[in-house]
Design a protein around this ligand. Structure first.
Ligand code: PRP
Length: 215
């Protein structure tokens, strides 16, 4: 039978995902010695681990070429359209926030603000919910630079330790969402490979601890 395919975001979530799969009793030796390989056969060939960029995981799962994915809630909020988000995995905990210069009142004044973000859709949604007219500028990385370079009045971004904000003279002004790694499943796959996917979720669920509250 075709192995189940699970796509995992390279980087921050990769290690914790592997630890979780090992706790499920899966042989993950292929992941330990992966070199530059992007598809790793685990669990005696029953599960393929696909290493991809977060945004691409959504694409692969929505198109059904991966049955499942492990990806941050931020990526789901920003780009997912049609997949099932079935479980909070409890790791990769962080927060989406609005930040601006220390001591600055982001909301002061009447002119439209400019906000930089790697997450333009989340940022747009946040300000629409406040009926605020804001210019959103998409930045690909180290978004903290945008207010320092005076391109933006504030940023909508992820905070984990707060170290990057502190080091760059910025502070949290508003909390937008709690984030963590989520298990997502392809909509058709949930029916067509129901037994295998249910089996996977059933093995996973008792190993997951989800704390209440913020990161
Ligand atoms: C994220 C985020 C912040 C930083 C926050 O960036 O965009 O820049 O982490 O973490 P901290 O609160 O622990 O300092 P990431 O490291 O993913 O890299 P990027 O900016 O290049 O996307």
């Amino acid at each position: 039978m075709k192995p189940l395919r699970i796509a995992v975001a390279k980087g921050r979530l990769e290690e914790e995902t592997q630890a979780l799969l090992e706790k499920m009793g899966m042989d993950c030796s292929a992941a330990k010695d992966k070199g530059r390989k992007l598809i790793l056969p685990l669990d005696g060939g029953r599960l393929d681990l696909v290493l991809a960029k977060s945004q691409d995981i959504i694409t692969y799962v929505e198109h059904g070429v991966c049955d499942m994915g492990i990806v941050g809630k931020d990526t789901i909020m920003e780009s997912a359209q049609s997949l099932y988000e079935v479980m909070d995995l409890g790791f990769g905990r962080c927060r989406m926030i609005l930040a601006a210069g220390v001591g600055k009142d982001f909301y002061q004044g009447f002119g439209a603000k400019t906000v930089a973000s790697k997450y333009p859709n989340i940022a747009r949604g946040f300000f629409e919910s406040k009926a605020m007219d804001v210019n959103i500028v998409k930045i690909e990385g180290s978004v903290e630079l945008a207010p320092l370079l005076e391109l933006a009045d504030g940023i909508v971004d992820i905070v984990e330790t707060g170290g990057t904000l502190r080091a760059n003279g910025l502070e949290e002004k508003e909390h937008i969402a709690h984030l963590s790694a989520r298990l997502v499943v392809n909509v058709a796959g949930m029916k067509l490979r129901k037994e295998e996917i249910d089996g996977f979720i059933h093995r996973l669920r008792p190993l997951v601890t989800v704390e209440k509250g913020g990161a």
